[in-house]
Design a protein. Structure first.
Length: 144
């Protein structure tokens, strides 16, 4: 599809062909990118969330008492979920974890971070995207 196609025509293109993505070409026919239906909807409606995926933007207390924390969450907000175990500060959860380790953890790896058990649930490039953290009251015997 041409890189100058209007949004309404682009939506019709996706609907008619029952596709959710298409290659974008410039005036000379060279491929210059990929566009998805979600890209178009996000531009028209703002951020579009998927109701089938759990939100990764909010902390979630799991059934076993651990807490799933997004890496982008501010440390001040994380402190509430961790019973004040981590200090206040301007950092994010990901930055704080990375400052207390000497490597980028692998998904599923457990770490002791400032006395708290942390499992790196998912990694986004070189940053912790989501961590599962055990609050002090849920730890058996504590972490050294």
């Amino acid at each position: 599809m041409p890189d100058t196609m209007a949004a309404d025509r682009l939506l019709a293109f996706f609907r008619e062909r029952r596709r959710h993505q298409a290659l974008v070409v410039d005036g000379s026919g060279a491929v210059v990118g990929l566009i998805t239906l979600e890209d178009v909807l996000s531009e028209l409606l703002g951020s579009v969330s998927d109701e089938l995926k759990p939100s990764r933007l909010l902390p979630i207390r799991l059934g076993d008492g651990r807490v799933r924390l997004p890496g982008a969450l501010g440390l001040d907000q994380a402190r509430v979920w961790l019973e004040g175990a981590w200090p206040a500060g301007p950092e994010t959860v990901a930055t704080f974890i990375e400052q207390h380790t000497d490597h980028v953890p692998e998904p599923g790896e457990h770490l002791a971070v400032a006395g708290v058990d942390v499992e790196a649930e998912s990694i986004d490039g070189t940053h912790v995207a989501v961590a599962i953290v055990t609050p002090p009251s849920q730890q058996a015997g504590g972490i050294a």
